[in-house]
Design a binder for this molecule. Structure first.
Ligand code: DGL
Length: 267
């Protein structure tokens, strides 16, 4: 089991921002990454549609021997992680927008959260805000169209900038000095978002925290079996997409910073 891969998926390329942190923290692990780019974005889909996609991808990952599945997508976590945990016996690690650290960090007492429509309308985020906000005001902002810009590799285009300006304006007008990047696609837009909001506003994502969580789960959380890979050399990433493999190969490689060998996800 130890040398089995870790399965990771997202609605598209966004989860690569989480994978990057996991590879950094767990360099000896093998990973299988599934970009569901053929069905991106998840943000406007119904919960039933998202559950159906996560089940298909989980079955694929487990069929390839994954020892753990990371739902590297905030939207899929909100819509489906409870369903997955109730219906499979393996461990799942999901995303949680960085509301708690943002509340600890704000000096102005106002935090902005950028996320998809589905994430913002899910009960999970409301509970998270209720639990951690205290006296801090949380301004949430849905960002339709942004994942598509990342999928197109347009990290700095005029069209992307217009969207970023539109979505961050209400947060800045409300006085937010910390902005939570509540979708795994947004860390790829970090330089542009930072430029738009200015250097004083802090941007938080949860990729690193999720990598830490994955390490702890593999360690058995202190009381289970240690499932960390025992190979000495570096692990590898295998790449699959439900979209065009050429898309993952070209745009994906650009985001990843290394050439990607992309295969089609079996239908
Ligand atoms: N990457 C997904 C997330 O983390 C969002 C993109 C989408 O709408 O599919 O929420």
């Amino acid at each position: 089991m130890n040398d089995a891969p870790i399965g990771v998926f997202d609605s598209g390329l966004g989860g690569m921002s989480v994978l990057r942190e996991m590879v950094r923290r767990l360099p000896h692990e093998n990973f299988i990454y599934v970009a569901d780019s053929g069905h991106c974005p998840y943000g406007g889909k119904s919960q039933q549609q998202i559950i159906a996609r996560t089940v298909a991808i989980t079955d694929f990952l487990l069929g390839r021997g994954a020892k753990l599945v990371v739902v590297a997508c905030n939207t899929a976590t909100v819509a489906a992680v409870e369903y997955l945990r109730a219906n499979y016996s393996n461990a799942f690690v999901g995303m949680e927008p960085a509301v708690k650290p943002a509340v600890a960090l704000t000096r102005s007492g106002v935090v902005g959260v950028l996320a998809t429509v589905a994430t913002l309308s899910g009960e999970k985020l409301h509970k998270l805000i209720d639990r951690h906000a205290g006296s801090v005001r949380i301004i949430t902002q849905p960002c339709p169209g942004l994942p598509e810009r990342v999928e197109a590799g347009e990290l700095e285009s005029a069209e992307t900038r217009v969207l970023v300006e539109r979505y961050t304006a209400p947060l800045l007008a409300g006085g937010a000095d910390v902005v939570v990047l509540g979708s795994t696609h947004y860390p790829f837009l970090r330089p542009l978002i930072q430029q738009v909001v200015g250097p004083e506003v802090k941007l938080l994502d949860t990729g690193e925290a999720v990598a830490r969580r994955v390490e702890n789960v593999l360690k058995g959380d202190g009381n289970g079996e240690d499932l960390r890979a025992d190979r000495l050399g570096p692990g590898e990433v295998e790449w699959f997409t439900s979209g065009a493999p050429q898309h993952l190969k070209t745009i994906g490689s650009r985001l990843w910073g290394l050439p990607i060998v992309a295969s089609a996800l079996p239908a």
